[in-house]
Design a protein around this ligand. Structure first.
Ligand SMILES: [Zn+2]
Length: 77
């Protein structure tokens, strides 16, 4: 009988531990941004044609450029 009581206590403890870790995993998943990082739209430089991610591209009046130097070359003429 003592063994059964011990088993029940262990099972309840395991259940509580599992609930807590599931909750932690869910919170961790929610903390992550919905869009996976490292996925950017690739833009082609109007001067040299190099593809650069949109977060690194230099925006100009005539398009996107790989660097400020190429934007200057294309637009300061
Ligand atoms: Zn370029």
């Amino acid at each position: 009988m003592k063994f059964l009581l011990f088993l029940v206590v262990v099972l309840i403890g395991a259940w509580f531990w599992r609930q807590r870790s599931l909750k932690r995993d869910r919170q961790k998943a929610q903390a992550k941004p919905s869009t996976p990082s490292g996925q950017h739209i690739m833009l082609s430089c109007s001067v040299c044609g190099v593809h650069v991610p949109d977060n690194e591209a230099v925006a100009g009046q005539r398009g996107a450029y790989c660097s400020a130097e190429h934007r200057r070359q294309a637009e300061d003429l």
